[in-house]
Design a protein around this ligand. Sequence first.
Ligand SMILES: [Zn+2]
Length: 120
Amino acid sequence: MTNKLNDEQKRIALEGATESPFSSPLNYEKRNGIYYCAACKNELFSSDTKYDSGSGWPSFYKPAKDNVIGTSTDHDIGYERTEVHCNNCGAHLGHVFDDGPKPTGLRYCINGAVLDFKPD
Ligand SMILES: [Zn+2]
């Protein structure tokens, strides 16, 4: 990792914690731009694929590019979920669910604290 993370970011990125719902200002971010990994500045998501899922976490239906997001399976809360992380530095980002909108049907449910948004 190349960037300094604050305590909350470390809990999420390194320990797999989840921020409180509706705590991230990025829930309400509507501008065009790119969402980067807060830890390593890897380009993760474009505003083009961001949508309001109502979940309380920034939600996207597709990563910015193939292979920027890695996945693994976790059972942290008693049932199987697909964890997603930055494929460059390994920082935990959130989870992906299969109840997203077309065309992918995926919902990348991401902790805003570990995203760095740069408007166009
Ligand atoms: Zn990263």
